[in-house]
Design a protein around this ligand. Structure first.
Ligand SMILES: NC(=O)c1ccc[n+]([C@@H]2O[C@H](COP(=O)([O-])OP(=O)(O)OC[C@H]3O[C@@H](n4cnc5c(N)ncnc54)[C@H](O)[C@@H]3O)[C@@H](O)[C@H]2O)c1
Length: 338
């Protein structure tokens, strides 16, 4: 199959493209603007594969999208291009509105024009998959889990921009019949994540003997999923998902931020013996800082639908996954420490 992937040099996109190329049967066109969070160093390895093509560009560029769609003729479009950091969305929301809302609309519109000209099997099998987040639901209440039918209640500008894009994707299905799929996933961890996000930030700060900042009391709960489990879920959804449906993705790993950070410190303590004299444990670097405004207290995903309907389940145990991730950042810290 031919996959047009947007934002394929980001954290999840990089892992998705690695997974797809490992199958050695799919053609990939990756459209990425190469913002600060892109893994540009990995692109040169991807480019060694004949099944991979890269275009540097913006999903807000209508002319570019139209020509890429008509030349490449994808079977699947997977939209991962996004501004993705909550703190950045609070200090400067405009880029989030532009890429996440306007960019997604532009991609929907150009894809709809491309798809409407297809015929036969090519048209029948075409899918547009929008990759989204559990943050659209706000903080959990009632039974403590987000379901596919949970009410949208985003807190941050980032979450609100993703919520808007989800609604637009549904509208393009209901109004124009575009065969869409949406997935809302919990927090991911794993290799190739830009160190503005909690896990790589903590690991790389610790390796540099910098402070480990914890928002508020650190009791905010997140539901963690290894990115390699996420990309397998995305592949399952695009190949087997029912048109028009939304799927929640998660592994039922709810952990408070402070517990997670202490867990990382304990593992670093056991891995790295020659610490600086001033610290007995990496936990000594933890500091509590003023809480993020509008900080959601708790996320939790009910992923029974994707398990039941599409037979996907997470495979990576959290403790093993986080240890493997820490070792990956120790080995690859040169990618991030300047
Ligand atoms: N990381 C998570 O834990 C998580 C969890 C659930 C859902 N998601 C969603 O998955 C998607 C990908 O997240 P990520 O963590 O890989 O983000 P990321 O910030 O690591 O990567 C985003 C990528 O998009 C590219 N990009 C940004 N603006 C663009 C534009 N206008 N045109 C083309 N490319 C552009 C960037 O260069 C980058 O390579 C996002 O939509 C996010 O909401 C992420």
């Amino acid at each position: 199959m031919k996959f047009l992937i947007t934002g394929g040099l980001g954290f999840i996109g990089t892992n998705l493209i690695k997974f797809l190329l490992s199958k050695n049967e799919h053609e990939i066109l990756n459209l990425d603007k190469i913002t600060y969070s892109a893994n540009s160093s990995v692109n040169k390895y991807f480019k060694l594969n004949d099944l991979y093509r890269f275009v540097k560009g913006d999903i807000c560029d209508e002319t570019l999208l139209t020509s890429l769609l008509n030349d490449f003729k994808p079977d699947f479009v997977m939209n991962l291009a996004a501004e993705s950091h909550v703190d950045k969305s609070i200090s400067g929301p405009n880029d989030f509105i532009r890429t996440n809302i306007f960019g997604t609309t532009n991609l929907l519109n150009t894809t709809k024009d491309y798809w409407s000209k297809l015929s036969g099997e090519k048209k029948y099998q075409f899918r547009f998959h929008h990759i989204s987040t559990d943050e659209v639901f706000g903080s959990v209440f009632d039974d403590g889990l987000f379901h596919e039918e949970s009410r949208y209640d985003p807190s941050s500008p980032y979450a609100a921009s993703k919520a808007s894009s989800d609604h637009l994707v549904r509208a393009w299905h209901k109004t124009y019949g575009l065969p869409i799929l949406i997935s809302n996933c919990s927090n991911n961890y794993g290799p190739y994540q830009y160190p503005e996000k909690l896990i790589p930030l903590i690991i790389l700060n610790a390796l540099n003997f910098k402070t480990l900042p914890i928002y508020g009391n650190g009791l905010q709960v997140r539901d963690w999923l290894h990115v390699e489990d996420h990309v397998k879920a995305l592949y399952t959804i695009i190949t087997k998902g029912k048109v028009g449906e939304t799927y929640n993705i998660g592994a039922n790993n709810q952990i408070s931020n402070i517990k997670l950070v202490k867990n990382i410190c304990n593992f670093l303590d056991s891995e790295i013996e020659d610490k600086q004299k001033e610290i007995k444990s990496y936990k000594d670097l933890i500091i509590y800082v003023k809480d993020r405004p509008g900080h959601d207290v708790c996320y939790g995903i009910d992923a029974r639908k994707i398990k039941k309907d599409l037979d996907w389940k997470p495979e990576i145990d959290f403790q093993l996954g986080i240890q493997k991730t820490i070792k990956w950042y120790i080995k690859n810290k040169f990618l991030y420490i300047t």
